[in-house]
Design a binder for this molecule. Structure first.
Ligand code: F0G
Length: 458
């Protein structure tokens, strides 16, 4: 008997037309874009899997909330609605809305890293790493070894390597470590979850050494769903209970609400310490806006208050995670390698294995991303050596741990028929895989080059 994937727990009330250009047009467009998908116009993309961030579809309730938004500069009722909703879910003493995840990092990380040398995380997301470095510290990743083997079907590939964490604390000195960051889910390892047991162990190690724990909560509801599905004794608990239990292990949290809270813009900072809360307020007023709006419109606050609750819904999460599982099962049948088991927000095709004839310095994941656009108008992104860039001292191309072509699925946006197109496009590419060539960079800026670099087929 074949698996029945959990279907969409919604029906469609409003649609946004999209169209697929002809293959000739797509070949022309990608050339004009200098083989960089960030240069494509979104109208020229049929299925946009560039990111799951801020690209979700809001519900009728959220859109109704948009009209209800209170745009008062201070004391808006939408602000109170958001604080009520977020406090019920996360149970933190102080919660500050901000405009997105990196704004939360910009506000909080310099406070935690003042006079400190290091932040340690299971894996830092790029912007988190950047803000650790801007605060004058260094970011160290400490993920379990299982994450690095895309073929091993380990349930919690997002986990912190806690044995290594203890060694690192000994080596570096606990007084030099400003924070331990638990990223749930672990985006950079493939949207992979972190188990409750692992979160608790990390938190108790941190407590023992008096190092504060910061939860990077961008996809915390998806992480809770995986705990419920995969970890012993959590099957009977609600997602809300699991979220509370995870957050009880943190002293702080930052959240890009553009993911699991299904809004197009928004973020949160969570704090327990009263003194730090005061510093957060001051920094928020300077960088984001007054505390009761934090860089967001009243309507955004209202949509976020509602989206947080919708993101927790188990039927929705089952459908959401089910979409990625469905895609993964199709790729299994076709023998297409990806980070296994499927994670939360995206399918990470292992382009290093899919295109083994293309070396890392000719960017196999970028080559696959370009082929996906040419094949079916699908836009994903390279999470590999092309994204990683050059060694800042020697200028030499760095070799990434993974060569992932990330296909991030926006929330509540694409149907199962769209997923079939994605799988078929990969299958068609597999049939002509030996004809695919690598790429060479013709122009690049010194940092974050993947957004603006120009490329040429070799
Ligand atoms: N933390 C994680 C784990 C993220 O994945 C992101 C963003 C951020 C922080 C920063 O949040 O974009 O709201 O400022 N990830 C997006 C992505 C951009 O495509 O994976 P932001």
């Amino acid at each position: 008997m074949s698996t029945i994937y959990f279907p969409e727990p919604f029906r469609i009330k409003s649609v946004e037309p999209i169209k697929m250009l002809t293959k000739e047009e797509r070949i022309k467009k990608i050339k004009e874009a200098d083989y960089n998908v960030f240069n494509l116009d979104s109208e020229d993309v049929y299925i946009d899997l560039l990111t799951d961030s801020g690209t979700g579809a809001m519900s009728t309730t959220q859109w109704a909330g948009v009209l209800e938004g209170d745009e008062a500069y201070a004391g808006s009722k939408s602000y109170r609605a958001l604080i009520k909703s977020a406090t019920e879910i996360f149970d933190f003493d102080y919660i500050q809305p901000v405009h997105q995840g990196r704004a939360a990092e910009k506000i909080l990380l310099p406070i935690l890293l003042k006079n400190k040398k290091y932040a340690i995380s299971n894996m830092h997301f790029d912007t988190t790493r950047a803000h650790v470095e801007i605060a004058g510290a260094r970011a160290i990743d400490c993920v379990v070894a299982e994450a690095l083997d895309t073929t091993s079907p380990y349930d919690f590939k997002g986990n912190m390597d806690n044995a290594r964490l203890v060694e690192l604390i000994k080596e570096l000195g606990s007084e030099n470590i400003g924070t331990i960051i638990i990223t749930i889910t672990n985006n950079s390892a493939g949207g992979q979850p972190v188990s409750m047991a692992n979160i608790k162990e990390t938190s108790s190690i941190a407590k023992k050494h008096k190092i504060p724990v910061l939860i990077d909560a961008a996809r915390c509801f998806e992480n809770a769903y995986f705990i419920k599905e995969r970890e012993a004794n959590y099957n009977k608990k609600s997602i809300a209970e699991i979220v509370k239990e995870m957050f009880a292990c943190g002293d702080f949290f930052t959240m890009s609400a553009k993911k699991d809270a299904i809004v197009n813009m928004g973020g949160l900072v969570g704090v327990r310490d009263k003194k730090v809360a005061e510093l957060v307020k001051q920094r928020c007023i300077s960088f984001e806006g007054f505390v009761s709006y934090g860089g967001l419109s009243g309507r955004d606050l209202e949509a976020l208050a509602i989206g947080l609750k919708e993101g927790l819904d188990e039927n929705y999460l089952q459908y959401r995670i089910g979409q990625i599982e469905y895609l993964g099962a199709k790729l299994d049948k076709a023998g297409i390698p990806y980070q296994k088991p499927t994670g939360g927000h995206a399918l990470f095709v292992d382009a290093g294995k899919f295109l083994p004839h293309i070396p890392y310095n000719e960017f196999p994941a970028q080559a696959l991303i370009i082929e996906l656009y040419i094949e079916a108008g699908i836009r994903g992104c390279d999470i590999g050596s092309y994204m990683l860039g050059n060694n800042p001292d020697t200028g030499e191309q760095l070799k990434a741990e993974f060569e992932f072509a990330r296909l991030a699925v926006p929330r509540r946006v694409y149907t199962q028929a769209h997923l079939d197109v994605i799988a078929q496009a990969l299958i068609n590419i597999k049939a002509r895989v030996n004809t695919i060539k690598g790429y060479k960079i013709t122009e690049e800026p010194p940092i974050l080059r993947h957004f603006t670099a120009k490329l040429k087929p070799i």
